[in-house]
Write a protein that binds this ligand. Structure first.
Ligand code: S3P
Length: 200
């Protein structure tokens, strides 16, 4: 509703990207959250009250390292593309905790994914998936490996964007793993899925 708006600043810094900023992003506007302000005012307070010398470069450096260290690393991609495996590797290298949303769903439902699909259908699975994502997307410093279909629900990708940077693991459909995945039974199905999901 603001046709001349060029940029959006939201002084909230938790989450890093608020829904307002995500709207700005979608409209192609420049946007930033409140983390830079938070760091700058801390520097200013230290200069003012403690006579500390803090350069603007230092403020920039602290902001960048803070922004990188709190952000979740979110892995999305086709089923069987290696999101969990890559997530485990990053967890081992960084010491961060890995959350595999499919594992949490299985834990909460006390049954396997094929069983959930068979007993209650895909819609029920998607509801559980959405709840798990909403719970963990709010946290910080996690590695979140999502199920291949998670990005198809806008609520999920918005929630994951608030505190996370999303990485798309792209792999040729002919090399995707299919074991234990009720929706990816054969190459044709996978191709069809890829066509729908890849642009998203
Ligand atoms: C699905 C992918 C699976 C799992 C469920 C649905 C999908 O996760 O969430 O079977 O719609 O692509 P992976 O991507 O880890 O295989």
């Amino acid at each position: 509703s603001f046709p001349n708006c060029e940029a959006v600043l939201d002084v909230i810094y938790n989450p890093l990207r608020t829904p307002l900023l995500l709207q700005a992003k979608e409209k192609g506007l420049k946007f930033t959250g409140g983390l830079y302000m938070l760091v700058s005012q801390a520097a200013q307070a230290a200069r003012h009250f403690c006579n500390e010398e803090i350069s603007d470069e230092k403020v920039e450096e602290v902001f960048r390292s803070l922004a990188l260290s709190v952000q979740n690393i979110v892995l999305v991609g086709m089923p069987g593309s290696g999101k969990t495996t890559i997530g485990r590797e990053i967890a081992a290298k960084t010491g961060r905790k890995l959350i595999d949303t499919d594992d949490i769903i299985v834990e909460r439902a006390k049954m396997s994914i094929p069983e959930i699909f068979e007993k209650y259908g895909e819609a029920h699975f998607r509801k559980l998936e959405c709840e798990v994502i909403a719970d963990f997307a709010k946290e910080k410093e996690l590695i979140i490996a999502t199920g291949g279909g998670a990005v198809m629900n806008r609520l999920n990708s918005d929630a994951l964007s608030e505190n996370g940077r999303i990485y798309y693991i792209k792999r040729d459909t002919s090399t995707l793993a299919t074991k234990g995945r009720p929706l990816s039974k054969n190459t044709d199905k996978l191709q069809e899925m890829f066509k729908m999901r890849d642009p998203i």
